[in-house]
Design a protein around this ligand. Sequence first.
Ligand SMILES: Cc1cc2nc3c(=O)[nH]c(=O)nc-3n(C[C@H](O)[C@H](O)[C@H](O)COP(=O)(O)O)c2cc1C
Length: 222
Amino acid sequence: MGGIVYHDVTERKWAEKGLAGGVHGLIAVNDRAGGHAGPKSTAQLLDELGDLGVPLVCAGGVGDAAGFVAALRMGYAGVQMGTRFIATDECGAHADYKQAIVAATEADIVHTERVTGVPLAVIRTPYVERIGLKAGPIARWMLRGRRTKHWMRTIYALRSAWQLKRASLAGGAREATSKDYWQAGKSVAGIDRVEPAGAIVRRFAAAALSASGTAKTARPRE
Ligand SMILES: Cc1cc2nc3c(=O)[nH]c(=O)nc-3n(C[C@H](O)[C@H](O)[C@H](O)COP(=O)(O)O)c2cc1C
């Protein structure tokens, strides 16, 4: 009762479906996002969803204050960040996972279908190298069928759930990281330390405020 619902979307057809269901805003999940990334860029999604009349939140690729300000300047109402907040003191993830985010560059982020059946953004590790990025022929065939795709996703999900839990909570160093994978987006590029979540929020808010101040002073006189 009285809740506000923002719906994750990767393209217009899902946005229209969400709006028909009464959502209040949309989270535009782009091709740089951690977790299940979409196929489209930050700019493409803004073009595609910008006329729908609800606030749009950018999800994917924002790891530093400059990226945050850039998304707001483009026209997004806000930014949803995942990867940035994993590398915080408060996050319960293992220190190895946080350090992997800090150490990773954009080029270390790959999309694998072999965890859930749909592209999942993860840090390239020996485990990811071993399982590969594309679903195998049988899995691909199953993923095409209306009913079989649910079975295949369930198989992937069950297999990966315990692996992810073990990798993220128990750390991977003890097994030479050979079985580990960590979800993260290309926002790793802007993340250079583990820090308190509040410090991130304050820094990003200050950057946005100062950018809006600059925009005001830069506005031509009428
Ligand atoms: C480890 C991890 C788990 C995630 N799990 C979910 C999830 O269960 N449901 C969801 O809608 N989005 C999930 N996301 C996506 C985030 O909500 C967010 O859209 C995304 O992290 C934004 O990209 P960024 O990681 O570059 O900031 C997850 C992201 C990460 C990194």
